[in-house]
Design a binder for this molecule. Structure first.
Ligand SMILES: [Zn+2]
Length: 197
């Protein structure tokens, strides 16, 4: 942890740690508990470790009501977990879309394989509905280059994020976007199984 970075404790396990290793939740005006993935929404925050156990326990033991000092809405695990997943996917797709606008995205099997061989791919998106053979081929090429793979989106979703027709294989080339997306993928992977290699 960086020197002087603020610390908070998880409302579930109480472990004190740097803010950046926790997920922040805030109260909407109607007292609904909402994840604040950027950590920038106004108001008091409640923090939970980046793992499903702490989130599940916090919900089960009504720790959100305690942290926010009163009745809260939407703090059930069955609501919080899908909302968290939805928001995390939105952040990942938002970065991919930004990278595309910045000209840091290549798509299509041949072009991406060419970039992979040249070692200029920072991150690979393989559509979840690609054929097994395609997935295998690109996953092994990515592994040889130590490039992380994301399988969270299907061909239709990848295409529309790039403003194109369906896309099965999409690569983000070396740029600041790679770190941003990898951070999001790591956080996603701390909560949810599959989809990130
Ligand atoms: Zn915890």
């Amino acid at each position: 942890m960086k020197d002087g970075s603020p610390e908070r404790s998880c409302i579930s396990c109480r472990r004190v740690q740097g803010k950046e290793t926790l997920v922040r939740f805030v109260l909407a005006p109607d007292r609904t508990v909402v994840p604040d993935l950027q950590g920038k929404l106004p108001g008091r925050g409640a923090y939970v470790c980046q793992n499903m156990n702490c989130l599940r326990e916090a919900a089960a033991k009504r720790q959100f009501a305690r942290a926010f000092k009163g009745e809260v809405r939407g703090s059930g695990f069955d609501l919080l977990a899908p909302m968290l997943e939805h928001l995390m996917r939105e952040r990942i797709s938002g970065y991919l879309s930004l990278a595309n606008k910045a000209g840091k995205v290549v798509s299509g099997s041949d072009a991406v394989m060419d970039y992979l061989h040249r070692g200029t791919v920072g991150l690979l998106f393989i559509a979840s509905d690609c054929s097994d053979a395609t997935r295998q081929r690109f996953a092994s090429a990515a592994e040889r280059q130590a490039v992380a793979c994301c399988l969270l989106f299907d061909q239709h979703q990848l295409g529309s994020l790039l403003g194109k027709e369906q896309r099965g294989i999409v690569a983000v080339t070396d740029s600041g976007f790679v770190d941003s997306i990898r951070n999001e993928l790591n956080r996603y992977g701390n909560f949810f199984e599959g989809g990130v290699w």
